[in-house]
Design a protein. Structure first.
Length: 220
């Protein structure tokens, strides 16, 4: 299904485009397709792993800080609802991913049907990137919203994991969310949060791979 999803995404790319490429296995398949078909594009990525894949597959790269516009961007997700709101929690690079998404004329999420929900179920926590001085304050505010908060840890490393930009990463697990938009607004209002992994109202389109075909969903 991921291969079908990558091939359908490839059909949306035209020669000469600046293309945003996020992380994950489906994006990796898309990169291979770009090399095989010799598509003439330049890539921008928030992901170190994707950057290395682009170099391996001879895809020209432009540093993220050197662009202010992207024609189309693709990324995976952990959960996706019918309004194309998404959780992108597992990677921990959501701040840079949102920068890419904001610059893109069209931001497209790639998913298989198992991730497609009527409404977000928050089976994954909301990952929150926090500036260091706000660590205790943000934790308290998230707990007041009803979240069970843990600080992300890495095997073989003591202390809280930090993002590529040197900020703390926290996981806010919500057992029940009635209103995704309301939660989004409350997270946005907490001083000290750089960004979070709830992508609300950002994606314009999604490519959903199913066992019996591909659906392309567009947000009204």
């Amino acid at each position: 299904m991921k291969q079908k999803c990558a091939r359908k995404a490839f059909e949306l790319i035209e020669d000469g485009m600046i293309v945003g490429l996020g992380g994950g296995s489906t994006v990796a398949l898309l990169i291979r397709e770009l090399e095989i078909q010799k598509k003439n594009i330049r890539a921008v990525t928030p992901s170190q792993d994707t950057m290395e894949l682009c170099m391996e597959h001879h895809i020209p790269l432009v540093p993220l800080e050197m662009v202010d516009y992207i024609d189309i961007a693709f990324d995976g997700c952990d959960e996706l609802d019918r309004n194309l709101n998404a959780l992108k929690s597992c990677g921990g690079i959501h701040t840079r991913e949102k920068i890419v998404a904001s610059m893109a004329e069209e931001y497209v999420l790639l998913a298989d049907e198992g991730k497609w929900k009527e409404t977000l179920e928050f089976q994954y926590p909301v990952t929150v990137e926090v500036i260091r001085p706000a660590r205790k304050y943000v934790r308290k505010r998230l707990e007041e919203l009803g979240a069970v908060v843990t600080e992300r840890r890495a095997d073989g490393k003591t202390g809280t994991m930090v993002s590529d930009d040197g900020n703390y990463l926290m996981e806010a697990a919500f057992s029940h969310v009635e209103d995704t938009e309301e939660l989004f607004g409350k997270l946005e209002a907490i001083t000290g949060i750089v960004e979070h992994s709830l992508f609300y109202g950002i994606a314009r389109k999604a490519v959903i791979a199913k066992k019996d075909g591909i659906d392309i969903i567009e947000r009204d």
